[in-house]
Design a protein around this ligand. Structure first.
Ligand code: ASP
Ligand code: MG
Length: 421
């Protein structure tokens, strides 16, 4: 007997037909005598609609009321799934964040889970009742208000609940059947990864692979919660129920410890992010304090700077500084730099959002030299110019012109032996 948390995303609960299919997935686990908590998202498109209504009501709005509105989508799906389960003879009860409660901090719109009081749920699961929990939302206890965890936050609700319940696994059901070596829409020969380490998944998630919310991966990593990504569109009866301790059916992708991955490659995946923008500050003085004058005001304005390149100055006096920010932060960035022109001292600012960041990721890089050299050479041979580079222990990212994104991803996918044979 295992404790299982099953999370279903928006496309998996898009209509009543899909919700019935979700209920069959739940029934499979209940029939195997597992204890089941389900976390649901809002029906596909509903949260977008709610956000749009809030903005239409007023572009500037109270964050607590934003949360009151956008948290409502999950309430609908939780209730509907409980009704369908009950109609199948399965005892089930819906739970909203405040009813459990799932306690969060006060950062409305992007709240963090602080604690989950799971005793009541545990007792009910043990009696065979399915708990259907609203994803994405919690309760901010000081003001006693509903909070939400940021877009895609249901993944984080699921992992946090799995940790609180001491679950054997957190199964994330989505519309793809796992995590791929890269986006299969760009590279048809992309392969499903049977396993991926927490560290690699974290890089994938933060570098643009939208399968899991980044925070959910952080949480799973810290608590070593085994998390599986699988498709809710698979025939529910074709899947084996979870059994604690036994072998796993070769389905989906298991996010787990590095040590549990037997056949690991040097590079596990290629990610790309389109929402980057490049800013170049021309002719700044090449002297101490200039970088601080540039990046200090940006940090104060809460703008995240990603890649930074400073050119060598030919004359030892002036240089150019290039960096990237999220494309949505570009207007604010330009404004901050304009206001700080006096302190920084520059001749001109150039910017472009027509860039993408392509990254190769793999824990194997820790023990293999030469990955970067190989990558740069392959890109050069295709005539792709590198605008900026950043690296970490397990990843190398390059910024290139957007026009070359697909060519670069395909080239690197083949280069590192990731194509399906
Ligand atoms: N419904 C929320 C969203 O669309 C949360 C989620 O689905 O994870 O962002
Ligand atoms: Mg999602």
């Amino acid at each position: 007997m295992a404790i299982v948390v099953m999370k279903f995303g928006g496309t998996s609960v898009a209509d009543i037909g899909r919700i019935r299919s979700v209920a069959r997935h739940v029934k499979r686990e209940i029939d195997a005598k597992n204890q089941v908590a389900v976390v649901v998202s809002a029906m596909a498109g509903h949260t977008n609609q709610l956000v749009a209504w809030v903005r239409e009501a007023s572009l500037i709005h109270d964050a607590r009321e934003y949360d009151a509105v956008v948290a409502s989508g999950e309430q609908i799906t939780a209730g509907l799934l409980a009704i369908v389960l009950q109609s199948m003879g399965i005892p089930a009860r819906s739970w909203q964040g405040w009813q459990i409660p799932i306690l969060t901090d006060a950062a409305h719109g992007a709240a963090r889970i602080i604690d989950i009081k799971a005793d009541e749920l545990k007792a009910r699961l043990a009696q065979g009742e399915v708990a259907v929990v609203t994803g994405f939302q919690g309760l901010e206890p000081k003001r006693n208000r509903i909070s939400t965890l940021g877009r895609g936050g249901s993944d984080t609700s699921a992992v946090a609940l799995a940790i609180a319940l001491g679950a054997d696994v957190c199964d994330i059901y989505t519309d793809v059947d796992g995590v791929y070596t890269t986006d299969p829409r760009i590279v048809p020969s992309a392969r499903r990864l049977p396993r991926i380490s927490y560290e690699e998944m974290l890089e994938m998630a933060s570098l643009g692979s939208k399968v899991l919310q980044t925070r959910s991966v952080e949480l799973a990593m810290v608590h070593r919660m085994r998390t599986r990504v699988l498709s809710s569109f698979t025939d529910p009866e074709a899947l084996q129920p979870v059994r604690s301790g036994s072998e796993w059916q070769n389905i989906g992708t298991i996010v787990c410890d590095e040590e549990e991955i037997v056949e690991s490659q040097v590079v596990s995946g290629i990610a790309y992010a389109k929402d980057e923008a490049k800013v170049t500050i021309m002719n700044v003085a090449d002297k101490p304090g200039v970088a601080a004058a540039i990046f200090g005001p940006l940090a104060e304005a809460n703008i995240n700077v990603d890649m930074i390149v400073q050119n060598l100055s030919a004359d030892g006096k002036y240089t150019d500084v290039t960096f990237t920010v999220n494309a949505s932060d570009l207007p604010k960035t330009l404004e901050v730099l304009k206001n700080a022109r006096e302190q920084i001292g520059y001749s001109e600012i150039k910017s472009s959002a027509d860039v993408v960041k392509v990254s190769v990721i793999g824990v194997g890089m820790r023990s293999h030299a030469g990955v970067a050299a190989k990558m740069f050479k392959a890109l050069a041979e295709k005539g792709i110019n590198i605008l900026a580079i950043t690296t970490s222990e397990i990843k190398i990212s390059v910024l290139i012109d957007a026009a070359y994104a697909e060519l670069a991803v395909r080239t690197l996918h083949t280069l590192f032996g990731l194509d399906k044979d």
